[in-house]
Design a protein around this ligand. Structure first.
Ligand SMILES: Cc1ncc(COP(=O)(O)O)c(C=O)c1O
Length: 385
């Protein structure tokens, strides 16, 4: 059982499984374990459930069901998109991305750079935004194989103008991929109206299970698969389907869509209450990316004079989970590449926390977290003085 006192405010790391998702997947872990690709009647229910999940995910992002390819998660989806673009255009040796992307994009781009690709990494301003004129200037028709630009940033929640960026790439005959892992289920997405060719989604970021995701492939875009074998997913991603995971992801997508429609501003209101409370109770608070379009569930802020790792430990003793703007790499604390790209020096980055909410967060949890944070900050500032 989950710790009954747990206050989980790290929903950009992962989310709890929605009850609807668990109910939907359970029969496919127990009595209905058929391979959906088999021809007999016993497999029909699994096949139909996968098709339902495909339309549920498609409905969440304004896609057609046949534009949905199930994968093992966001990382695989982004790899598949990148691989497809370079395989379709082997003569094009230029790639575009942004400095604040997730490592699931940056690391494969690094690998391609090591193999001779010319990679343009767009810088960002202090809010995390790219300059659209600079973006336009790096596009090279006939040479750029792919642009990969995330819909929303996992640390700050910053939202890039994806439809505009995709249209600019499309006009120049350039494939466009977006990592929409953090956006799907949190903000409205309508790929039917956009020029995005490929997009990555991940089940566990929207109250689905871990280890399942989606690659959206626009039906007018060409695609070259990287995972070959039995030809599942219309030849776009071979491998026996993860039926329970897919079915749960479908149910989670439907639940997210229903919540977005019925309570459009609810998560954002909680985040705003949290940020107002922060400013009221504490001095030296600097919100990041708050002057730019951002996800309604994410708050990223520096607390002057407060070591974020220390705050995380103190909050943890009160069963509160949040994360920081730095990561422990080989024993030393390394500021996040996202904050560094936004121009933050090492100290403010080490004083940065990320708090991320979801539809399961309550106002009482927000209050309790503010109390705990205020006392942790007082303690940490006192020991420092
Ligand atoms: C923006 C972003 N892209 C990609 C991923 C990776 O997704 P997955 O864990 O499904 O491989 C994550 C997960 O942290 C993410 O936040």
């Amino acid at each position: 059982m989950t710790d009954p006192d747990l206050i989980y405010l790290d929903h950009n790391a992962t989310t709890p499984l929605a009850p609807e998702a668990w109910e939907a997947m359970r029969p496919f872990l127990t009595e209905n374990w058929a391979n959906p690709s088999s021809g007999y009647r016993f497999a029909r229910r699994a096949r139909e459930a996968v098709q339902l999940a495909r339309s549920q995910v498609a409905a969440l992002i304004g896609a057609d069901a046949d534009e949905i390819v199930f994968t093992s998660g966001g990382t695989e989806s982004s790899h598949a998109a990148i691989h497809s673009a370079i395989a379709l255009h082997p003569e094009r040796r230029h790639l575009v991305t942004c400095a604040t992307e997730h490592d699931a994009t940056l690391r494969p781009y690094d690998e391609l750079a090591a193999h001779g690709y010319d990679v343009s990494i767009l810088p960002v301003d202090a809010e995390g935004r790219i300059d659209m004129a600079a973006y336009e200037a790096v596009l090279r028709p006939g040479q750029t194989a792919l642009v990969s630009l995330m819909w929303a940033n996992n640390e700050t929640g910053l939202i890039h103008p994806i439809d505009q960026a995709a249209a600019m790439a499309h006009e120049r005959g350039i494939l466009f991929h977006t990592d929409a892992v953090q956006a799907a289920g949190k903000v409205a997405i309508d790929f039917s109206q956009s020029r995005v060719h490929y997009a990555s989604l991940s089940g566990h970021k929207l109250h689905g299970p871990k280890g399942v995701g989606v690659l959206y492939v626009k039906n007018t875009a060409r695609f070259r698969p990287s995972q070959l074998g039995g030809g599942q997913e219309a030849g776009r991603r071979s491998g026996t389907l993860n039926v329970p995971g897919i079915v749960a992801l479908g149910a989670a997508a439907a639940a997210a869509q229903a919540h977005l429609a019925s309570h459009p501003g609810a998560v954002g209101e909680l985040r705003d209450i949290f940020e107002a409370g922060l400013r009221q109770r504490l001095t030296g608070v600097h919100l990041h990316s708050s002057q730019a379009p951002r996800l309604p569930n994410t708050s990223n802020f520096q607390l002057e004079g407060v070591d974020a790792q220390g705050a995380i430990i103190l909050l943890d003793t009160r069963h509160i989970c949040v994360s920081s703007g730095s990561a422990c790499a080989t024993g030393s604390i390394k500021p996040s590449h996202v904050l560094t790209a936004m121009g933050l020096a090492s100290r403010p980055a080490r004083e940065t926390l990320r708090v991320s909410f979801s539809r399961t967060t309550t106002a009482a949890e927000v209050d309790a977290a503010l109390d705990a944070l205020a006392s942790a900050v007082a303690k940490l500032r006192m020991t420092r003085a």
